[in-house]
Structures are given as C-alpha cells and as structure tokens.
Design a protein. Structure first.
Length: 251
C-alpha cells in the first residue's frame, strides 16, 4: 500500500496558546509523508497560518455542518472551512455518534458536504465492546460503512479516508492487537472491493485509531491493510506524536 498517513485529533483540548505552541513545534520539522492536524475549529486559522510554509502538514476540522449555509446558529459549513484553507474533516467520530446522536443519515450528508467542497472526509467507524463480545463487530462495521458509502457518488468514493476506531480502544489505553486491527481493515478493504472493485479499494486509505501510541504504532503500521493512524491522546504530546509520524515514514 502507499504512504502511511498520521492524523492528530486534538479533540476539545489545549487553549489557544498551547495549540499555537504545539503547531509551531510540529511545523518546524521536515516530513516525508503528509500528516494531518485536527485542532478545534476555533484555532483552525492560526494553525493554518503557522503551518503554511510546511507543505506536508494538512489541517482538518473535527466536524462540519450538514447544511450549506443560512440560519443554523453555531454551525460551521464545509464552504466556510474550505475558504480558510482546511482540506480534511473528521466525520462520524464515535464521540459525535455517542454524545451528539449522529447517525448514518446525517453522516452521509456531512461527507457529501465535504466532497462538494473538495475537503477530504475522514470517515470513522468502529464497534462497541459489547458488539465484539457478541462477535458482531464485523456486522456492525459493515453496516456503518455500507449505509453511508452506498449514498456517495461512486466517482468520489476514493477520496474518502476510512478510520477504523474500535470504541473500546479510544482513550482507554486498550489498543486493538495488530491482528485484530488488520483483520478488520482487511474486512473493510474487501467490502470496498466487492462494491467498487479493487482499483478504488487500493486507493482508499484505511487508518487505525484507538490508543495508537509510539509503542504500538510500528506493529500496527506494519500490517498490510493499515495505512496509518488517527491519534488522539498521544497527538497532544509533541515528542510522542513526532515519533509516531517518524514510524509512519519507515514504511
Ligand atoms: P485516542 O483517540 O488515541 O486517545 O484513543 C483516538 C481518537 O479518538 O481519534
């Protein structure tokens, strides 16, 4: 597969000055591969400015409105993000599904908003712990993927990045084993082959998220169908994040 992609999801962390500081530290490095930083929307402009001279750093939003524009107080549209220079957007993170009730229908609309505005959607899927206990994890992920991808224009599918994030591994320190992660990634890749053929399937990046850190990144990234990582907690610690990015560059 192609180059590994490492994505930093800062979630609702860091104040403005800390976000600027971390961006400055990251942007001073030269990278072989693209990497993506997803700060709070409030800091997007500052992070874009700080990283503008580092061609390898892409900036992502953590969410987007399902609407084009208009009277939607508090919302941020894909067009607004694009006008700032944002080029990626995380969609359907399990925290948005869980705490904000986002389901497939709204997630499909959000992905389409991104695609319409030339923003790469990072579409998150993943089972809960009890789904895995019941051996229903493949069924759950299949459903999450197909209900959304079915409603996306086939010509745009290859622009979507899929992030497999088992919910039980997010922020828990309990990572999926490389075997479990590879097994699911290969399952997802096969679903995409069945629906869209192998050319599209090989183009789509499938990244792993859920307690990805500097100690497990190598074993995860070694796996054939793991194209990188979506990193939460460890992306807030400069040295740890850079180490994960450097591990990604080994492949
Ligand atoms: P984590 O978060 O690395 O802290 O588990 C990953 C994510 O939620 O994207």
């Amino acid at each position: 597969m192609g180059k590994k992609l490492v994505i930093a999801n800062w979630k609702m962390n860091l104040d403005y000055y800390q976000a600027r500081e971390l961006s400055k530290m990251i942007s001073k490095n030269n990278f072989k591969n693209d990497l993506v930083v997803a700060p709070s929307n409030l800091y997007l402009k500052a992070v874009l400015k700080i990283c503008e001279n580092n061609p390898q750093i892409m900036v992502s939003s953590q969410n987007v409105s399902e609407y084009d524009n208009g009277a939607y107080t508090g919302e941020v549209s894909a067009k607004m993000l694009k006008s700032l220079g944002v080029s990626y957007c995380i969609i359907g993170h399990s925290e948005r599904r869980l705490y904000f009730g986002e389901e497939s229908k709204v997630l499909t609309t959000k992905i389409n908003q991104c695609l319409k505005n030339n923003i790469v959607p990072i579409f998150c899927v993943g089972e809960q712990e009890n789904d895995r206990d019941k051996n229903e994890h493949f069924k759950v992920v299949k459903n999450q993927i197909l209900t959304v991808l079915d409603k996306i224009n086939v010509t745009s599918i290859k622009k979507v990045i899929v992030a497999y994030e088992p919910v039980w591994a997010i922020g828990t320190g309990k990572t999926a084993t490389p075997y479990q992660a590879q097994e699911m990634h290969s399952y997802i890749r096969n679903l995409i082959i069945e629906k869209y053929g192998s050319e599209i399937s090989e183009t789509i990046k499938i990244v792993y998220g859920g307690s990805c850190n500097k100690n497990n990144a190598k074993d995860l990234f070694k796996q054939k169908d793991i194209d990188g990582g979506l990193v939460g907690g460890a992306s807030l610690i400069f040295d740890d994040f850079i180490e994960i990015v450097r591990i990604g560059e080994l492949f």
